[in-house]
Design a protein around this ligand. Structure first.
Ligand SMILES: [Fe+2]
Ligand SMILES: [Fe+2]
Length: 329
């Protein structure tokens, strides 16, 4: 392994050496930009969480190089990748430090302006110097950040797969409402979507410290797409289809959370007591989902017709299949 392939000099105009191309993104044939980050670093996790929820302009996949199960790019080692931030371009070239950030920002809406600024003469080398300074301070900053992180709730081993599906489901829920807002122009639907989106984002934020990498579903990009379509498609048909869809989804989610609460209640002591904070979180989520369901049902001015009933059946079955998959992957 040649060191310069992994750590190109910031002044060098040439990119680092060619490596095997990154695999195609899960949702399409186009090869992905691969972000290689340290999942054990609380600073890195927070930054990646910020990027991850953005609808990237090209396929982007995030690889936790701290996870020993991660397949690293050929010719690299885990210590090398953990030492600095890296991004592998779709053609296999590996960029690190400031150049890696610039490549990632260029792929993210809302961040492209920063990539353009960074590409002005002299800016990327200056950013590289700043990044090297940050690396010296990083160990101390990591210790502070780790101490500030909320403690992860105890998850009984029997519920770990369920929690993975909960995290995946709340991710999908956030994207349902993003899909609605992207498609619907109905003021009532948009107001409902904004309110529900805030609640679902709160659920997701609560589950993030409980379900951390590598426990999360590796199919998250697919859940985002599925969620977006589940919101966007009925919005095209009108408010009634939207309300019927939300009622169908939340009816399923209510059952999903209720099953988990029942299983926690059935745990022997002291496991049940240890799981009490987790139970409180899941109970709150369920309560919110029930409120969403009831609000959607109340907004249904007429019973769904055969086509809408069929769509809702598809949504219900799809939710069951998604949970079964997310429990495993
Ligand atoms: Fe939720
Ligand atoms: Fe919900």
């Amino acid at each position: 392994m040649e060191e310069r392939l992994i750590h190109p000099a910031p002044e060098s105009p040439a990119l680092s050496g060619a490596l095997p191309p990154a695999p195609a993104a899960a949702c399409g044939a186009a090869p992905a930009l691969t972000v290689l980050y340290d999942g054990a670093c609380p600073l890195c996790r927070r930054e990646i969480a910020l990027y991850r929820d953005l609808p990237a302009l090209q396929p982007v996949r995030y690889l936790d190089v701290h996870d020993s199960a991660s397949a690293l790019p050929a010719g690299t080692t885990q210590p090398q990748l953990l030492a600095r931030f890296h991004v592998q371009q779709p053609d296999g070239q590996l960029l690190d430090g400031a150049r890696g950030f610039v490549a990632l920002w260029a792929a993210l809406p809302g961040w492209r302006w920063l990539a353009r600024v960074a590409r002005l003469p002299g800016v990327t080398p200056a950013m590289e110097l700043a990044y090297r300074g940050f690396l010296r301070l990083r160990p101390a900053m990591q210790r502070v950040a780790a101490g500030l992180e909320p403690p992860a709730l105890h998850v009984p081993p029997a519920l770990r797969a369920d929690l993975r599906s909960d995290h995946a489901g709340e991710t999908g829920a956030v994207w349902i409402y993003r899909g609605l807002l992207a498609t619907s122009r109905d003021p009532g639907v948009r107001a409902l979507a904004r309110a529900h989106l805030a609640t679902e984002q709160g659920h997701l934020d609560s589950l993030r410290p409980v379900v951390r990498w590598p426990q999360r579903s590796w199919l998250l990009p697919g859940w985002r797409v599925a969620g977006f379509l589940t919101g966007a498609l009925p919005a095209l048909a009108g408010p009634r289809a939207v309300h019927a869809t939300i009622a169908a989804v939340e009816t399923f989610v209510d059952e999903h959370y209720r099953e988990q609460l029942d299983r926690i209640d059935a745990l022997p002591e002291p496991s049940r007591q240890a799981a009490a904070p987790l139970r409180a979180l899941l109970a709150q989520c369920r309560e919110d989902e029930l409120a969403h369901r009831d609000e959607a049902r109340a907004a249904l001015t007429a019973p769904p017709g055969p086509l809408l009933r069929a769509w809702c059946a598809v949504v219900g079955s799809g939710s069951k299949i998604a949970v079964a998959l997310a429990r495993r992957v």
